[in-house]
Ligand binder design. Structure first.
Ligand code: P6P
Length: 342
C-alpha cells in the first residue's frame, strides 16, 4: 500500500524540535520562523533579479568599501524588517551596516536575542547568475536590561544559540543548527514552504575537493602553498590530486563541501593580512554548523569558535570543512609558520 512521504515544513520542524529545549518558551522558534519568512522574500527578488531593474550598482559602497548592489540593500532591509516585526530580536549586526542596529520597536522591548548576519554574501555574483547566500548567527544578549549595546556582540562563537545560511541556487535551501545537529530545508515554490530535505547533515571526514582562490598564491602563507601542492600531488592511494572547485561565493562553496566533503580556505594574503572573511557573521556561523556536522573550522592555528571578538566587522583567516583536511592544512601551517617564503 502506498504510504505518502510525510512532508515536514520548517515551521513544523521548529515546533517539533522545541522539546529539545525544555525551558524554551518559543522565542527562538519564532525568531527562526522570522528568518525563514525574510529568506522567502529575498528569494523572490533573487529569482527575478535579471528581469527587473534591480541589478547594477546602487552607487554606494558598504563598510567593506565594496560596491553595493540593490539586492544587497533589499535583502538587508527585508531581514531587519522581519526581525523587527517578529519581536524576538533586540539588535542586529549586519555586513551592510557600519554600526549595530538596535531594534527599538514596542513589540521587541523584552527581546533577548541578537542576530549577526551577512544578508547577501557573494553579491558580486548577482549579475552573473551564480548562487549567493545569506548567513546568520544568533546569540542571547548579555546585557540584562535597557538598550542592547556593542558588548552584546562581543561573544565568542561558542556562545551562539543558533546559526544558519540560506543558499539561493538551483534550488533555495535553508540550513541551520541550534546545537543539536544540522538540518537542511528546500523551498518548495509550489507551496511557498521550506521542507525538510536533508535531515541530520554530516560532512564526510575526508573529502577530495579544495576551494581556494589560487590567483592569490604568490601571497599565501607557506603552509597554504604546501597544502595546495599536497592536494595536487599524484597519489592513487589517497585519491590525489584532489579537485579544485572555487565558485567565489562562500555559501555555495561551503554548501557543496558540506554535502560532498572538502575544504574551503581563505587565508591571510598581502591584500587581506587578517583574511577577508568576517568573524561575526560569516566564519562563526559556518564554524558552528560545520562542527555540528562533524567538521572543523580554524584560522589555520586556532578554533574559530574560540576567537574572542573585539569589533563587529573584524576579519579572520578561515580553514573550514572535512576534519581530516583541515587538520592536514593546520599541520602544514604549524610546520612552516616561521618560513616567510617558499
Ligand atoms: P575572492 C564574496 O565577496 C566573498 O566574501 C565570499 O563569498 C567568497 O568566497 C570570497 O569573498 C571571494 O573572494 O577574493 O576570492 O574574490
Amino acid at each position: 500500500m502506498y504510504t505518502p512521504k510525510r512532508v515536514i515544513t520548517l515551521g513544523q520542524f521548529i515546533i517539533e524540535r522545541q522539546s529539545d529545549f525544555p525551558y524554551a518558551k518559543g522565542e527562538l522558534s519564532r525568531l527562526l520562523r522570522d528568518i525563514g519568512i525574510a529568506a522567502k522574500m529575498v528569494n523572490r527578488e533573487v529569482n527575478k533579479a535579471g528581469l527587473v531593474d534591480i541589478l547594477g550598482d546602487y552607487g554606494n559602497t558598504n563598510v567593506q568599501g565594496e560596491e553595493v548592489k540593490k539586492l544587497d540593500v533589499y535583502a538587508n532591509e527585508q531581514f531587519i524588517s522581519a526581525l523587527s516585526s517578529g519581536g524576538e530580536t533586540c539588535a542586529v549586526a549586519s555586513e551592510e551596516n557600519e554600526e549595530m542596529v538596535p531594534i527599538n520597536s514596542e513589540i521587541s522591548k523584552n527581546a533577548k536575542y541578537l542576530v549577526a548576519m551577512d544578508p547577501l554574501d557573494g553579491s558580486s555574483n548577482i549579475d552573473v547568475n551564480v548562487s549567493i547566500g545569506t548567513i546568520f548567527s544568533i546569540y542571547r544578549r548579555t546585557t540584562l536590561s535597557g538598550p542592547s549595546n556593542l558588548s552584546d556582540f562581543m561573544q565568542k562563537g561558542t556562545e551562539q544559540v543558533a546559526a544558519g545560511y540560506v543558499i539561493y541556487g538551483s534550488s533555495t535551501m535553508m540550513v541551520y543548527t541550534t546545537g543539536k545537529g544540522v538540518n537542511g530545508f528546500t523551498l518548495d515554490p509550489s507551496i511557498g514552504e521550506f521542507c525538510l530535505s536533508h535531515p541530520d547533515m554530516k560532512i564526510p571526514k575526508l573529502g577530495f575537493i579544495y576551494s581556494v582562490n589560487e590567483g592569490n598564491y604568490a601571497h599565501f602563507p607557506v603552509g597554504v602553498k604546501k597544502f595546495i601542492k599536497f592536494c595536487q600531488e599524484e597519489d592513487e592511494k589517497s585519491k590525489r590530486p584532489y579537485s579544485s572547485r572555487y565558485i567565489g561565493s562562500l555559501v555555495a562553496d561551503f554548501h557543496r563541501n558540506l554535502l560532498k566533503g572538502g575544504i574551503y580556505i581563505y587565508p591571510a594574503t598581502a591584500k587581506s593580512p587578517k583574511g577577508k572573511l568576517r568573524l561575526l557573521y560569516e566564519c562563526n556561523p559556518l564554524a558552528f554548523i560545520v562542527e555540528q556536522a562533524g567538521g572543523k573550522a580554524s584560522d589555520g592555528f586556532n578554533r574559530i569558535l574560540d576567537i574572542q571578538p573585539t569589533s563587529l566587522h573584524q576579519r579572520t583567516p578561515l580553514f573550514i570543512g572535512s576534519p581530516d583536511m583541515v587538520s592536514k592544512a593546520e599541520e602544514l601551517m604549524m610546520r612552516f609558520s616561521q618560513v616567510s617564503t617558499s
